[in-house]
Design a protein around this ligand. Structure first.
Ligand SMILES: Nc1ncnc2c1ncn2[C@@H]1O[C@H](COP(=O)(O)OP(=O)(O)O)[C@@H](O)[C@H]1O
Ligand SMILES: [Mg+2]
Length: 374
């Protein structure tokens, strides 16, 4: 059976390179309310492994007996929390106290609606009161409540604000609550950090889910192969590491494609990797580069096309020239593309592609630039 999992959101057979991030989160749970990692943001481009990292921190919390609410952005997030997740959890863990509300649940300064009887339930309990009760019930068992939200950049701003405000209250009240969110870097920047109403999330621990080192990549390829009962030669492994280029999604794609060249052969050889490579690069183009570029403006794409004329880092001055614009103007595109992490700045005045194979992909698009010298 092919052990690799070249599918978004599906945990890999060996998740490499993320131990530190997972440990940091575990420590935040153990350290109690006030630990910085109890509000965490993971950002990274498509296929960098954000969703499977969320899965991993959820597992950490579950193993500690925490209640986990796992959500992906879609309309009506707050409503789903209020009418679905939290009522279900409360019915499960605190059936007898499900309508018992105390003053602490009410917004400060509003006097507090307090009732004690099942016959007098509130019309629709707020996110804050529901989450507070779930956290209290969990805390009574020595655990807490973890909320994870994937694709946070697509959550409606009103929902993010309400969730952020609620969690902030929970933190102030020293409740056993944690929140971990993940999203695309440029959109997180734009939607979360530019919104003054969400100062709380700006103080969250923010981590880039980045590329893997060659050693990590080799482990991510070799371990699953051996666990599944085959071997890989050193030269084949080193070639596969090169093809994967540190990119987590590519580790799975190249591993999967290499494995299935001769699935019955006991040893994977160099020629298996060589045969798999072209296909793997094409897959990444379709599944990662195409959707990443679809979110960009025409001029952003022109900028990438201007970069793709170089074989390595590009000088900003050259790019501005090729685009037929001045340097300030080109600088605006540079900033946006840096924020998307599709591009990075290896040194002053230079830019380079940040995602493996993106240069070749952009070249393949044959984008026409107005040649200022023509
Ligand atoms: N640390 C890792 N090691 C090996 N493979 C990984 C790792 N992280 C993610 N992957 C694989 O990469 C692919 C993309 O992961 P995913 O979490 O869906 O990315 P994202 O949410 O950032 O788009 C999946 O096939 C997953 O199994
Ligand atoms: Mg994802």
């Amino acid at each position: 059976m092919n052990p690799f999992r070249p599918t978004f959101g599906t945990s890999p057979p060996a998740m490499v390179g993320r131990d530190e991030l997972v440990d940091e989160f575990a420590i935040a749970l153990d350290d109690g309310p006030g630990a910085p990692g109890r509000a965490t943001i993971y950002t990274g481009p498509r296929g960098s492994g954000k969703t499977v990292l969320l899965n991993a921190v959820e597992d950490v919390a579950r193993r500690r007996g925490w209640i986990v609410i796992s959500e992906t952005a879609a309309g009506g997030l707050v409503e789903r929390l209020e009418t679905d997740h939290l009522p279900t959890i409360l019915a499960d863990i605190a059936p007898t106290s499900s309508t018992r509300l105390t003053g602490i649940d009410a917004p400060f300064g509003l006097g507090g609606a307090s009732w004690e009887h099942d016959s007098d339930p509130p019309p629709s309990p707020s996110l804050r009161s529901l989450l507070g009760r779930a956290a209290d019930a969990a805390a009574a068992n020595g655990t807490g409540v973890l909320l994870t939200i994937d694709e946070i950049h697509s959550v409606e701003p009103a929902d993010i604000r309400e969730i952020a405000t609620t969690i902030q209250h929970m933190f102030r009240e020293d409740r056993e609550v944690a929140i971990v969110v993940a999203g695309l870097p440029d959109l997180v920047e734009e939607r979360l950090y530019q919104d003054a109403a969400i100062t709380f999330l700006r103080r969250a621990d923010r981590h880039r889910v980045g590329l893997l080192t060659p050693t990590m990549t080799a482990e991510g390829l070799r371990a699953p192969i051996e666990q599944a009962g085959r071997q890989i030669t050193d030269e084949a492994l080193s070639a596969a590491v090169d093809v994967a280029a540190g990119y987590p999604f590519m580790v799975q794609v190249v591993g999967h494609a290499t494995w299935r060249q001769q699935p019955d052969a006991p040893v994977i050889e160099l020629h298996d990797v060589e045969r798999a490579a072209t296909y793997a690069i094409e897959r990444v183009g379709q599944l990662v580069h195409a959707p990443s570029l679809a979110g960009l403006s025409t001029r952003d794409r022109d900028f990438l096309a201007a970069m793709a004329l170089d074989d390595g880092p590009s000088r900003m001055a050259d790019i501005a020239h090729r685009m037929g614009v001045d340097k300030n103007y080109a600088g605006q595109y540079r900033r946006r593309l840096l924020a998307s992490e599709l591009v990075d700045a290896p040194s002053r005045g230079h830019v380079d592609f940040a995602l493996p194979y993106l240069r070749d992909y952009v070249r393949g698009l044959d984008i026409e630039l107005d040649d200022p010298d023509a």
